[in-house]
Ligand binder design. Structure first.
Ligand code: SF4
Ligand code: SF4
Length: 382
């Protein structure tokens, strides 16, 4: 067993390795080349002598959306100067900074796609070296390829490029545009479909490998600390009920069914992606971020399981994923080894054949745990 993982790859796999890295880098390079230069108008200072009607188009928002950002009722007069509506310049500056923090960068879409492409190659072609049989299964799916990707996601898709766009935001923006807070619903729906597609092509790969906040939680959980505490897992029925409940509450508040203030977006106060802009507009955002990161030392992806609306959407989309974990029921002896290796209840639910089992993040931990070789990662068509 002195041989390293790389020496156990066949020549065919080495070609896949080179091709996978090259294709992912190429996608990133195309993204850099196609990224539009910064818009000159983006730093324009907007003044309270202007009206909502004048400012909203400059921020690519509807009048209602801007009114919401400024803490005004959605039916506030749109033609009056903001000063006449009691808005101070500081308030306008803060709202403008928040709206502009949702940068319409396209580069990140290419990077997300590149990471998911690499993840697919790794999971399907590279994880199991052709020259390492079942007796060497501990050398399968080495963590290095995964951890390197997670670090890249945090550093580049998070810290370097900031919070937007991200999968969580894509869901929130669709719902906000349906409530009339953004001018174009189609743009927002297309962005969401992009992320859902990345979650379907390989089971939740966008969450498991590319989402910067998901990656940060995964990295913290992967630290070899508090192993005993990690054995306890939040029951999936409970975490999913909370996640679904929060989504319903968000809809009720947003459409003014409860609370009476139409346009209130609860996820705005629970958005840990602000970490990547190093800017927290409300103490609740900072608290959510810190609690999620602290819990990640012992709980697997707490924000994803308990809060994130994209976590919920991609959990539903998992039913349609084209490439995923598959259990060979003729070989499985129900020994529970994969369930113990899995940080959530996903492996155990898959062995039990549950249709609505826990989220699987394609983390590969279960793939070298089975002594019967009854778990594979592959296409649903093969
Ligand atoms: S579920 Fe987690 S990994 Fe997926 S988008 Fe939300 S924060 Fe990111
Ligand atoms: S260990 Fe669990 S979450 Fe990870 S790939 Fe296996 S079933 Fe999915």
């Amino acid at each position: 067993m002195g041989q390293t993982y790389l020496t156990l790859l066949s020549s065919r796999q080495k070609i896949w390795l080179a091709a996978g890295i090259a294709a992912a880098c190429l996608l990133g390079a195309v993204g850099v080349l196609l990224e539009p230069a910064g818009q000159a108008s983006s730093d324009e200072r907007l003044a309270v002598t202007m009206s909502i009607r004048e400012i909203a188009p400059r921020l690519d928002m509807t009048g209602k959306g801007l009114a919401r950002e400024l803490g005004l009722p959605l039916d506030a007069p749109k033609n009056k100067p903001l000063a006449a509506l009691g808005i101070a310049q500081d308030q306008l500056d803060e709202a403008t900074a928040h709206v502009r923090s949702h940068r319409p960068t396209r580069l990140k879409y290419y990077l997300f796609a590149g990471i998911v492409l690499w993840a697919l190659v790794y999971m399907i072609r590279l994880g199991r070296p052709d020259q390492a049989d079942l007796s060497r299964r501990r050398s399968w799916y080495p963590r290095t390829g995964y951890i390197a990707c997670l670090i890249l996601a945090v550093l580049v898709c998070g810290l370097a490029l900031g919070k937007s766009p991200n999968p969580m935001e894509s869901v929130v923006k669709v719902v906000k545009s349906l409530a009339g807070l953004y001018p174009s619903v189609l743009d927002k729906v297309l962005a969401l479909l992009f992320f859902v597609a990345l979650g379907i092509v390989g089971n939740k790969l966008i969450c498991g490998w590319a989402c910067p906040f998901g990656a940060l939680q995964e990295l913290i959980y992967s630290l070899p600390l508090l192993r005993r505490a990690k054995r306890w897992k939040i029951p999936f029925w409970l975490s999913n009920a909370l996640r679904c409940g929060l989504f319903v509450v968000m809809l009720l508040l947003l459409f003014g069914v409860v609370g009476g203030t139409k346009g209130f977006v609860i996820y705005h106060y629970l958005n840990p992606f602000n970490l990547f802009d190093r800017h927290f507009e409300h103490w609740l955002i900072l608290a959510t971020t810190l609690v999620a990161l602290a819990l990640s030392f012992v709980v697997y992806r707490p924000f994803c399981h308990l809060v994130c609306p994209f976590g919920l959407v991609s959990w539903i989309a998992e039913r349609f994923s084209l490439v995923r974990i598959k259990i060979d029921r003729t070989a499985c002896t129900n020994c529970g080894a994969c369930g113990r290796a899995c940080p959530s209840q996903a492996a155990q639910d898959k062995v039990a054949g549950k249709l609505l089992g826990a989220d699987c993040y394609s983390c590969a931990r279960c793939l070298n745990a089975c002594p019967q070789d009854a778990i594979r990662y592959g296409s649903v068509f093969s």
